[in-house]
Design a protein around this ligand. Sequence first.
Ligand code: AMP
Ligand code: ZN
Length: 462
Amino acid sequence: MKIYNTQTRQKEDFTPVEPGKVKLYACGPTVYNYFHIGNARTFMFFDVVRRYFEYAGYDVTFVQNITDIDDKIIQQSIAENVPFEKVAEHYTKAFFEDTKKLGLRPTDHAPKATEYIGKMIGFIRDLEKKGFAYEADGDVYFSVDKLDNYGSLSGKKTDEQMVGARIQENKQKRNPLDFTLWKKSKPGEPTWNSPWGEGRPGWHTECVVMSRDLLGDTFDIHGGAIDLVFPHHENEQAQAYAQNGKPLSNYWMHGGFLNMSGEKMSKSLGNFFTTRDVLKKFDPEVIRLFFLSKHYRSPIDYSPELLEETKSGVANFYDALDFVDFLKIEGNKPQFGEKAQGFVDSFKAVMDDDFNTAKAVAILFDLARLIKNLDEPIEERVQYAHALVEIGSVLGFFSNLDEKLRKDDLSGKLIEMMIEYRQLFKKEKNYAMADKIRNDLNEIGIELLDTKDGTIWKSKRK
Ligand code: AMP
Ligand code: ZN
């Protein structure tokens, strides 16, 4: 399997730290608001990464943190006039509800920053002892000049970092790029006691401490969208190196943005749709197909119209399965013949190539087309249906297959209705219409047989 590693800026063969295991950490939400559909793109991608590794036979541990203490949460608590814990609690609950609705499987661990304050203090203390951190008036900073390879993840030179990070003037810092490990609290703000006085930990420290605690000193994959490369992940990596000389993660994966008219969707710009609102109008599988139809590192422009257009794609998969009465054949998965196996193998090949879900989605469409092609032998079409479900499930589709297809049992009822109308037309001697019904049904694979006991129908589809 090959993964594009931000650290080396190339695709590399994946070798896990422990054979057969994958330790995966994706940065989670800051819970001060409902997460937007851009965040959902990134969260969903890592859901697919996890599912695919499991399909490939790995034992995966997937961690996604909840940032439940942060400046934005404090601002929101002031705006809503409720304690910060209430803000965090409310939006954490909303995060779990919405990710579930979105069809994301629960992660193995969802550590909260506030549960790790003690360990973070211990970690910062260690950095201080090793000479990488300094205190200035109750704040503690990481000294980037002390680390030789600072900047290696983002590959930026120091002056570029300054521009990228829009570093604010801060006279306390020895180098403007030094970042906060511990922040002194102002009166009225949430606070924890520490060797440097009352305060709270910085965001970059949170992820290092929690990921290493749950996954080990060096784990396999650390991810997020590209906005996290600098400064967040650069600073996580710097702290890890400083503290024990080991890389935090062997592979760094970063997804492209979901944009609005070419600009990153973000809460601060105000150009966003919450996932909660989008889910009111669109089925989660439509959202999934919309995202996975593009490579994860490419940007995607969001618009409700484009989502609307994606609906027919999802409907097409279910149509195909209904076409071979998948519900009735579901239990007995056939041995895949060469052709069906070929599709499954191609799926593995494209996913092994840095999770090319765009090509994987194209395979789903090819299969759906073949399933509906009456010129193909029925045994083959049944195999294709099983292949479609197997591959689709790895990508996170078809979790409610039974329920969705059962709704389509309506088709039987509709055929009975058409037969009744045909009888009525015949009675009125409108043979043109009666024949039209017979021919139209025939075209979609339904054969009518007139017997002395009335008209019966046979599906040629299965
Ligand atoms: P945040 O709550 O801003 O820390 O973001 C949570 C996750 O969503 C992080 O992995 C971000 O990199 C990612 N993210 C933020 N904005 C976007 C966007 N417009 N498109 C895709 N991913 C995003
Ligand atoms: Zn993080």
